[in-house]
Write a protein of this length. Structure first.
Length: 171
C-alpha cells in the first residue's frame, strides 16, 4: 500500500486489529491485494531493470539492522518494519513526505507489534552496512523513498539527510 496503493494502506490502518488477530477474511484480502500489487510490479519489470526495487521499501535500513545486530537477533519482518519508519522519515527530509504520513507509518508499525526505533549501531557502522545494499550504484546508496503514500521512487539521498534520519530514528 505504501508504494503503490494509498487506499490499500488506509484499509490496512483501519483493519490492523483484525490482521493482528489473524482474522481469516482480513488476511485473505490483505494477502490477495499484496500479491496483486507485487504481480503488477514484477510484470512491468520482469528483468529487474529498475521498478522492482520499489518492493524493497524499508530493506536498506532493515538489512543494516539485521547485519549489525547479527542475523536472527531481530526477525526480518521486524527489521524491515523498523526500516519502513526510517525510510518514511528520510522521505520527509528529502521529498517532503508530510509529517502526518510519517506518523501513520510509525503507528501502523507499532500496531503490528514491531519496533519503530532502530538499534544504535553507530553512525559509521550504519553507513558501512547500508553501503552493501544491492541498490547501491557507483558507491552511492539508493533508497526506496515515498514522495507520498501510494507512490515510491528509488534514489540517492544527501548524506546529511541520512545522518539526520539516523539521529532521529536510532535509540
Amino acid at each position: 500500500g505504501l508504494i503503490l496503493d494509498a487506499d490499500f494502506f488506509e484499509w490496512c490502518e483501519r483493519n490492523v486489529a483484525q490482521l493482528v488477530a489473524l482474522d481469516a477474511d482480513a488476511l485473505a484480502y490483505a494477502i490477495g491485494r499484496c500479491c496483486e500489487l507485487k504481480a503488477q510490479v514484477v510484470s512491468e519489470d520482469e528483468k529487474e531493470t529498475g521498478l522492482r526495487a520499489i518492493l524493497n521499501l524499508g530493506h536498506t535500513f532493515g538489512h543494516a539492522i539485521e547485519a549489525g545486530l547479527g542475523f536472527g537477533t531481530w526477525l526480518h519482518g521486524e527489521a524491515v518494519a523498523c526500516g519502513l519508519v526510517q525510510a518514511a522519515v528520510l522521505s520527509g527530509k528529502t521529498l517532503g513526505l508530510p509529517v502526518d504520513d510519517i506518523e501513520r507509518v510509525r503507528q501502523l508499525v507499532r500496531a503490528i507489534g514491531c519496533p519503530d526505533i532502530a538499534p544504535d549501531l553507530g553512525q559509521e557502522s550504519w553507513l558501512d552496512l547500508m553501503q552493501g545494499d544491492k541498490k547501491t550504484e557507483g558507491g552511492e546508496i539508493r533508497y526506496v523513498l515515498l514522495p507520498e503514500v501510494g507512490r515510491a521512487v528509488v534514489q540517492a539521498a544527501p548524506l546529511s539527510k541520512v545522518q539526520e534520519t539516523l539521529k532521529e530514528t536510532v535509540g
